[in-house]
Design a protein around this ligand. Structure first.
Ligand SMILES: Cc1ncc(COP(=O)(O)O)c(C=O)c1O
Length: 429
């Protein structure tokens, strides 16, 4: 089969060695994508004079944010959706309403944004870090099961980058041990596992609508659930502990005000129409990039899994093998990609528990709580293998072709680039 990447391009000098970058700013899709529909929707809220959602569940359901909640929940196949101020609050709310009490252990991913873990101590629980699967970067079911103790109350899994964890096995584990299962879907707007949406497999699924996400509103979040009982608690805890059946000034639970505004609901309703189309375009370009990378070798896509029937993206994750690039360290490879004008990165850089907030955390006896935590796969993924590319790049086929071309020519010149990186490291040291 002839190569999809032209030979002259492979032979040309990489940007890190002084060649012209393959990606130009023009190739990048503008983000966020918006236009008159968003402007008109915001003006409608302004002119209506109704800028908040209202107090009762019925009032909330009637407004623009209420309509968005139902549409988003339907897109994922959930019975209930409740919008909140952001994805961080959504996760804390799901844990609190789901019954996590002070002292309960909650198993969390070591490979995610910090919030997947900090939500637990913020509601009084103890975060216990699970390791990741090297082929998918997702929390490994074996690691989860090995960490379950008498004190375990819940599991938080993340759809890291939008790629689902093994929900078949993880839902079985949660059922077997009668644990609350919360899916952190901040990265996974639109993701489906076996035809059913992310956020509907556990007891609750939480999402973020922060600016950089696939469905942005500046800030915002939602909690999905299929349980009427949990939905009632979520409503109450997000609304200062009110009960639907009682008066506006009767407060029954110690709780926050996490209500979303109508402004965000207006933007999100329009963005939801866009994200559905964007998701399909991103999937097509991601598939193309995966084909190209498999042809080049050395930088592989995450394992393809037919159970992922739709994939929302926060980033496209790749597995780097330095031995295919003359031993070039991952950091030097990422620099070479960035020199080509490509939005490449290394994810969050380290397992969550290596952040100072957890390194300094002590247990009830004053000992450092995470001194003995070991996540060898997550350590190796962060240090050696994980490369990421932000989701907006997947909106541009030209950029995807440039990415593949850049990997091919960096590989063809790997000995020189690796030598240059070693020289720079010697000078710096
Ligand atoms: C995995 C994950 N969970 C939760 C959050 C929190 O979302 P927010 O920024 O809306 O609070 C983020 C934010 O990026 C995230 O990446």
């Amino acid at each position: 089969m002839p190569s999809a990447i032209p030979t002259h391009l492979v032979r040309s000098k990489p940007a890190i060695l002084g060649g012209a970058p393959l990606a130009t700013p023009r190739m990048r899709a503008k983000w966020p994508v918006f236009g008159n529909p968003e402007r008109d929707a915001l003006l409608r809220v302004l002119n209506s004079g109704k800028w908040w959602r209202g107090g009762t569940r019925v009032e909330m359901a009637k407004g623009v944010t209420g309509r968005f909640e139902r549409a988003f929940a339907k897109w994922h196949g959930a019975r209930h959706g409740l919008c909140v101020t952001n994805g961080t609050a959504a996760l804390e709310l799901a844990l609190r309403a789901g019954g996590v009490e002070p002292g309960d252990e909650v198993i969390v991913p070591s490979l995610s944004f910090v919030v997947s873990a900090t939500a637990v101590p913020l509601v009084g629980g103890i975060a216990v870090f699970a390791d990741a699967d090297p082929e998918t970067f997702q929390t490994s079911p074996e690691s989860i099961e090995a960490l379950i103790t008498r004190k375990t109350r819940a599991i938080v899994v993340v759809h890291y980058g939008g790629y689902p964890p093994d929900l078949d096995r993880i839902t079985r584990i949660a059922k077997k041990h009668k644990l609350l299962l919360v899916e952190d879907c901040a990265h996974a707007q639109g993701t489906q596992w076996r035809g059913r949406g992310a956020g509907t497999w556990g007891d609750a699924g939480t999402f973020s609508f922060q600016m950089s996400k696939a469905l942005p509103a500046g800030e915002g979040g939602i909690v999905l659930s299929n349980s009427d009982v949990l939905a009632e608690k979520l409503y109450s805890y997000h609304h200062l502990g009110r009960l639907e059946s009682q008066g506006f000034y009767d407060f029954h639970r110690l709780a926050w005000n996490l209500r979303m505004t109508e402004w965000q609901g207006a933007i999100l309703s329009e963005q939801l129409k866009r994200v559905k189309k964007q998701t399909l375009a991103k999937m097509r370009n991601a598939c193309l990039l995966s084909d190209r990378l498999e042809e080049i070798g050395g930088l592989l896509p995450l394992k393809r899994d037919p159970r992922i029937t739709r994939r929302g993206y926060y980033f496209y994750g790749m597995r780097y093998d330095a031995s295919a690039f003359a031993g070039m360290p991952k950091a030097a490879f990422v620099k070479a990609l960035q020199a080509e004008g490509l939005p490449a990165g290394s994810g969050y850089g380290r397992p969550i528990q290596n952040n100072p907030v957890f390194q300094q955390m002590r247990d009830e006896r004053g000992r450092l709580r995470y001194a003995k935590t070991r996540t060898p796969n997550a350590d190796r993924i962060c240090a050696e293998t994980q490369i990421t590319m932000g989701h907006t790049a997947l909106l541009s086929r030209e950029l995807i072709e440039a990415f593949a071309g850049a990997v091919a020519r960096i590989k063809a010149h790997a000995p020189q680039i690796a030598a240059q990186a070693r020289g720079k490291a010697r000078l710096a040291g």
